[in-house]
Design a protein around this ligand. Structure first.
Ligand code: CP
Ligand code: NVA
Length: 302
């Protein structure tokens, strides 16, 4: 594994070994044990979109690992004035030991990896959010003690989170059900991959998707870059909400995940969000641990 661009590039064993390392690093950090596995290394972090969790967890994680992280807003980089990604990749590779990028097109992340010579980590594109899903799986394992055999249900927009949860969920042996409005399905190649597993279902019926689910996940109705569509989306997505009706058909001990930021009263009700806040904020915390594992795996000495 050279990069983390999307979960379809990596194997089930890669995912599980990252999760195991994430658990070990979390335990060390909780006990206050030193784990400076990336001493002297620098991570460049390119942000073309806003972030709270991704920025803070990568920067803090790098510090805890003994390294350094550079916050690089695209407005301040020459990228913002049109310098091509192929040149940015070759230049940054001469300075830093790894690059994390949050951007729009998945192709930008792929090009950064292709033209650069250091590991590249996808910190969210319109297509995928692999770091978030690794943190989600770490959280599910903490609460459910396993991944294989669980039913994961995603309700909402067929966006980056949906795509990554589907690919990741299928890879680790979960059954995955998805309900979205028909015009907002997940990526078609992702759905084809999932259908081949025999453990995937897609519907526009939220109650059908949520039936007996062990893990329920949702995400915002309008992602970053879709702000102008937000009002129109409110109408289309009404009904694609995690609420008490959904919880009543899910497994009794179902957990609820949300990558955050959450819009209460839209994709999730206030009541369900607050009832499951412990899990949701553990999930947010696990961004730190899961990403430290990814960075050690990609940037550390073997
Ligand atoms: N979940 C997530 O990626 O959060 P940020 O947008 O705050 O980084
Ligand atoms: N789907 C959301 C996720 C935010 C973490 C977005 O892309 O804005």
């Amino acid at each position: 594994m050279k990069h983390l661009l999307k979960l379809s590039d990596i194997s089930k064993d890669d995912i599980l070994s990252i999760l195991e390392l994430a658990d070990r690093l979390k335990a060390k950090q909780k006990k206050g044990e030193e784990h400076k596995l990336l001493a002297g290394k620098t991570l460049g972090m390119i942000f073309e979109k806003s972030s709270t969790r991704t920025r803070v967890s990568f920067e803090t994680g790098m510090y805890q690992l003994g390294g350094h992280a550079l916050f690089l807003s695209s407005n301040d980089l020459q990228i913002g004035r049109g310098e091509p990604i192929c040149d940015t990749a070759r230049v940054m590779s001469r300075y830093v030991d790894g690059i994390m990028i949050r951007t729009f097109a998945q192709q930008t992340v792929e090009d950064l990896a292709k033209f650069g010579s250091v590991p590249v980590i996808n910190g969210l594109t319109d297509f995928a959010h692999p770091c978030q899903v690794l943190a989600d799986f770490q959280t599910i394992r903490e609460y459910k003690k396993r991944l294989e055999g669980l039913k994961l249900c995603y309700i909402g927009d067929g966006n980056n989170m949906a795509n990554s949860l589907i690919v990741g969920g299928i890879k680790v042996g979960m059954t995955v059900s998805v309900a979205t409005p028909p015009m907002h399905k997940p990526d078609s190649a992702v759905m084809d991959f999932a259908k081949n597993s025999g453990r995937f279902s897609y519907t526009d019926d939220v109650l059908k998707a949520a039936k007996d689910a062990d893990v329920l996940v949702t995400d915002v109705w309008a992602s970053m870059g879709q702000e102008k569509e937000a009002q129109a989306r409110m109408k289309v997505f009404a009904g694609y909400q995690i609420n008490s009706d959904i919880m009543s058909v899910a497994a009794k001990d179902a957990i609820v995940l949300h990558c955050l930021p959450a819009h209460r009263g839209e994709e999730i009700t206030e009541e369900i969000f607050e009832n499951h806040a412990n899990v949701i904020f553990d999930e947010a915390e696990n961004r730190l641990h899961a990403q430290k594992a990814v960075m050690v795996r990609l940037m550390g000495e073997n």
